[in-house]
Write a new protein. Structure first.
Length: 213
């Protein structure tokens, strides 16, 4: 039986992403988020407009999307309720956020140089995707309650770095989903995938190479 209700958030379960960007003073910002979806080598990111990450992305037009596995859950959790914005926005203050300049140090993670963009990669993350900003979209412009508070970025993946341990055997350009264990956020709680495939997939019969344009 279904019940009509109004949850405050609709985070039904998406992978966690650590977005690394460069601050105005040249230091690095690192922010966890989970409002991301993918299509080919493009990604849409949903972010709070007043956060440091979107401000850095608007200025530099680049970032790195680092995908942690379940092994990095403690590091990701250490970044929770932190912000790279020195004057913490009121909404974040009410939720207990605090300003942290050295996000990498706090999380115990290691910045590595990228090949194309200035933003660093996170060494410990099995997937590191260098990206450039293609477009920027204000969200909820017709809703006076939310206007100016949310933004979406379309980014283009320019270079992908994948940990060898999660690649399919004998295939240099394909991730093995039986080896990849992404960290999942569902209604503010951390989860991982089940250790085996739930059901045979008809889509899996299509070679991944056929999705290249």
């Amino acid at each position: 039986m279904h019940r009509t209700c109004e949850p405050a958030i609709l985070y039904f379960g998406t992978p966690v992403v650590l977005i690394s960007t460069v601050n105005e003073d040249g230091s690095y910002n690192l922010a966890p988020m989970s409002s991301a979806w993918w299509l080919g080598w493009r990604c849409l990111l949903g972010l709070a407009a007043v956060s440091q990450t979107p401000q850095n992305m608007l200025r530099t037009r680049e970032c790195v999307l680092n995908l942690p596995s379940t092994d990095q859950v403690a590091a990701v959790n250490r970044l929770a309720k932190t912000t790279g914005t020195e004057i913490v926005p009121a909404a974040k203050l009410r939720r207990g956020y605090r300003f942290v300049r050295d996000k990498f140090g706090l999380a115990g993670l290691t910045p590595d140089p990228s090949e194309i963009v200035a933003a660093p990669r996170v060494r410990e993350c099995p997937v590191q995707l260098e990206a450039t900003v293609e477009a920027f979209y204000p969200l909820a412009e017709n809703d006076p309650t939310w206007r100016g508070r949310q933004v979406a970025f379309e980014v283009r993946i320019r270079c992908a770095h994948i940990e060898e341990s999660i690649l399919a055997g004998g295939e240099a350009n394909r991730v093995d989903p039986d080896k990849w264990r992404p960290l999942i956020m569902s209604f503010q709680k951390f989860y991982g995938l089940t250790p085996e495939e739930l059901h045979l997939s008809t889509l899996a019969e299509i070679p991944e190479a056929l999705y290249r344009p």
